[in-house]
Design a protein around this ligand. Structure first.
Ligand code: PGA
Length: 243
């Protein structure tokens, strides 16, 4: 595990964007997954700027979704897919046929999972995944006490996730379940980036990085992957032991 600490959210986001650019330069047709929460938003801004200034070319990349609220699709402002199209995909050169997201409104979620499985399998594995962390330690919708052996999941949302969900939407949206890449697929990714900023994430980052590896704190399971890089701003890192 590598831990990278930067003073500010902006500096942290810039560092991550630069590391993603290196991945894309090394493998232009990388399969990339970026979380749809608020944490990676500044990274997306920097990535758009990198392409605009000729530092990277996303036209051959593939993107896959991490998760989605069941019952929502791109027409709901604040859904994962809407967030990422608005803040990222609409501004880069990747053709939409190279972007595969969960449709949370699909009638048959098992078919949705089957298609996602085929999409990822056709690339063998995810090259790079940029994750945020929930206040309860979730990654994607791998909620506390998740079965880490599952490759895809449809799960009831943890009460903390439901409570926090209000921040994403401009109206009341009643979310009960999530569809997500499971821990197994996430752990198989070649390069895992876990990103957190702000003092409100300090306790959960300490538990995730220094506590017992346990499915009670799903993010702690990421430590099983030797290619885990943890990116923190100074506030999110503030509870870590100093050595
Ligand atoms: P956030 O969400 O990036 O909006 O803080 C993180 C998460 O719940 O995974």
């Amino acid at each position: 595990m590598r831990i990278i600490v930067e003073n500010t959210y902006e500096m942290l986001s810039l560092k991550i964007a630069k590391d993603i650019v290196v991945t894309v330069k090394n493998k232009p047709n990388s399969l990339i997954c970026i979380a749809g929460g608020h944490t990676p938003q500044k990274v997306c801004e920097y990535l758009i700027n990198s392409e605009k200034t000729g530092k990277v070319d996303f036209s051959q990349c593939f993107f896959v979704s991490l998760d989605e609220w069941v019952g929502l699709d791109i027409n709901t402002v604040g859904s994962c897919v809407e967030t990422l199209y608005t803040s990222f995909f609409n501004h880069i050169s990747t053709p939409s046929k190279q972007i595969r997201f969960f449709n949370g409104k699909a009638k048959d979620l098992s078919l949705e999972i089957k298609e996602m499985k085929e999409f990822i399998s056709s690339h063998k594995t995810i090259d790079l995944i940029l994750l945020g962390i929930g206040m309860n330690g979730h990654v994607g919708f791998n909620e506390p006490n998740i079965d880490p052996e599952q490759d895809f999941i449809v799960v009831p949302l943890d009460p903390i996730t439901k409570e926090v969900s209000a921040k994403y939407f401009d109206k009341t949206v009643d979310v009960k379940e999530g569809i997500s890449l499971g821990m197994k697929i996430i752990l198989e990714s070649k390069n895992i980036m876990l990103m957190a900023n702000g003092i409100h994430k300090a306790d959960i980052m300490k538990e995730s990085i220094e506590g017992t590896i346990s499915n009670k704190i799903p993010a702690s399971l990421l430590r099983k992957n030797t290619n885990l890089s943890v990116y923190l701003d100074i506030l999110a890192s503030s509870k870590l032991s100093k050595e």
